[in-house]
Design a protein around this ligand. Structure first.
Ligand SMILES: Cc1cc2nc3c(=O)[nH]c(=O)nc-3n(C[C@H](O)[C@H](O)[C@H](O)COP(=O)(O)OP(=O)(O)OC[C@H]3O[C@@H](n4cnc5c(N)ncnc54)[C@H](O)[C@@H]3O)c2cc1C
Length: 499
């Protein structure tokens, strides 16, 4: 990756609004290139959706728990002359995860392609060979999708008018549906669900996601599922230390209330406490909608209410951070409970938004791998139910959903859990709104649907205000920790190119 630096004699004063992965990544890149960078984060700690909650000797990653695409993190740290190991220790999980399809019906996904091929073959004749060709295609998409497209600022069609890129657009199946692609390869329901699962990270159903995103299967099956010791919080901490070592100043409990514009350019920001920061450039990592609708005067907004109403937001989630005395058998580090019809739950998220009657859910149990996240002899669990954004998330419905999923968890694992709980906290739409100003209480930003990819996402550089850039899961390239990290880099490089 080319190394960028500010070439003008005066390097800019830059304010980054928000300390999520994208904000931290942009701050580190910009400070390294010589800008004077101040990052302002509203919460008491950086990390954004990936913050940590500690209570009674337990430590929960509040958001992401799947560490995928280790190469993205490695490349990021290498850009600063570091290796990932300078900041945290990674362990590859084997099995990568477990999928529970019903009573006594669970599959562990082994780490490594050969055992996966054997597993597929044992479930459906010929599926092993087809998995190989499916993954060869996924590897091509990963190489070109990540190499040629993901690092583009997507500001103009011209970026894509290169014959080589146009040809790869065809090969990358940008316009075909991921579901159709999967169905051409596999017939068994379990295999289809396993292969379709990774695109849930993109915030849309397999039917509405471009087949390009089978690159996620390469990430899942070839590159593997990893665990950073200490949890995702240690990745956040690594990024914070890196940004500070490059000279960025990080201020927490500093909520920005207003972006000031003079003669069509940003001139500074003002926080809730009334403190003012001069700025030649502002990078908004806070949720895009919040920044435009609440921090800017109306004449400087590119997208109105109608625009946001027509977007497909990624789902929200109901989360339970649970501390349990003793072990919970039958769980892996990551366990997906796909023991109810997936299409019914998807319909409740995307077609007619409501609380799902028979929810699917996911359980993370990092204490299986990392003894530091729970007191001795205890289990640290996070239960997650994906939900439509903008639902009424009153305590009553949270409790009803808790009962539904805990009943199933107890049945499937054959043991009681409720009577061993020592800590339990729920988290859903209203906390996403309060903590992150998330539109509709969304968890993962804006979905990567066919109509919301690349040029069709909210722009990384404002059309109306000079010096205002956006980074994070609502702009390019999309939701997820690796894309957020890349988004910060792409915004930083665009700023350097423009300055
Ligand atoms: C429950 C959950 C599970 C997930 N699981 C995974 C996973 O396993 N793997 C994966 O790769 N991804 C996962 N994701 C997605 C991933 O966490 C996000 O895509 C990524 O962390 C987003 O980073 P970001 O920098 O774009 O935004 P954010 O993390 O939201 O950062 C934005 C920051 O801006 C701050 N802010 C907002 N308004 C203001 C203001 N006015 N002034 C100052 N600061 C402000 C916010 O407090 C926040 O810190 C998950 C997300 C959630 C919520």
């Amino acid at each position: 990756m080319a190394r960028f630096e500010f070439s003008n004699t005066r390097s800019p004063r830059i304010v980054v609004i928000g300390g999520g992965f994208a904000g931290l990544s942009a701050a580190a890149e910009l400070a390294r290139a010589g800008a004077s960078v101040t990052l302002l984060e509203k919460n008491e700690a950086v990390g954004g959706r990936a913050r940590v909650w500690q209570h009674e000797g337990f430590r929960w990653d509040m958001g992401p728990s799947w560490y995928w695409m280790p190469d993205v993190f490695d490349d990021f740290f290498a850009g600063f002359g570091h290796s990932t190991a300078d900041f945290y220790t990674l362990e590859r999980l084997d099995p990568s995860y477990r999928v529970c399809f019903g009573p006594d019906d669970a599959i562990d996904l082994p780490a490594g392609i050969e055992p996966l091929v054997d597993l597929f073959e044992s479930i459906e004749r010929g599926a092993g060979t087809r998995l190989r060709s499916f993954l060869a295609d996924a590897a091509y998409k990963y190489r070109h999708g990540m190499g040629d497209f993901v690092h583009k600022p997507a500001l103009s069609l011209r970026e894509y008018l290169d014959p080589r890129l146009l040809w790869s657009l065809v090969r990358l199946q940008m316009l075909q549906s991921f579901r159709a692609h999967v169905r051409r390869h596999f017939t068994h329901d379990h295999l289809r669900q396993i292969v379709e699962f990774p695109v849930l990270f993109l915030g849309a159903t397999a039917a509405r996601t471009p087949a390009l995103f089978s690159l996620m299967n390469h990430a899942d099956m070839a590159l593997g599922t990893w665990y950073p010791q200490g949890g995702m919080g240690s990745v956040v901490d690594g990024l914070r230390r890196l940004a500070e070592s490059q000279g960025a100043e990080i201020r927490t409990r500093a909520e920005v209330e207003r972006i000031e514009v003079r003669s069509g350019r940003v001139s500074g920001v003002v926080t809730r406490s009334g403190e003012r920061f001069d700025a030649d450039v502002v990078v908004a990592n806070a949720d895009y909608h919040h920044v435009e609708q609440h921090l800017l005067a109306p004449e400087y907004r590119q997208y109105g209410r109608e625009f946001w109403k027509r977007r497909t937001l990624s789902p929200s989630s109901l989360l339970f951070y649970v501390g349990v005395e003793g072990r919970v058998e039958g769980l892996r580090h990551h366990t997906l409970f796909f023991d109810e019809p997936i299409d019914l739950h998807a319909e409740a998220i995307y077609e007619s938004p409501r609380w799902p009657e028979r929810p699917l859910f996911y359980v993370s149990a990092p204490s299986r791998t990392d003894p530091t996240v729970a007191p001795t002899g205890c289990e640290n669990l996070c239960l997650l139910v994906p939900l439509a954004p903008d639902l009424d998330d009153a305590d009553e419905i949270r409790e009803r959903t808790w009962d539904l999923i805990t009943d199933r968890l107890e049945q499937r694992t054959g043991q009681s859990i409720r009577d061993r709980i020592v800590v339990r906290r729920s988290y859903a739409h209203r906390e996403f709104r309060e903590d992150y100003h998330a539109l509709g209480g969304n968890a993962y930003g804006l979905a990567n649907t066919l109509r919301q990819t690349a040029l069709l996402r909210p722009r990384l550089r404002s059309r109306k205000v000079g010096g205002l850039y956006f980074a994070g899961q609502l702009t390019v390239p999309g939701p997820g920790v690796p894309p957020a990290l890349i988004s910060g880099q792409v915004a930083a490089r665009q700023i350097m190119a423009d300055w």
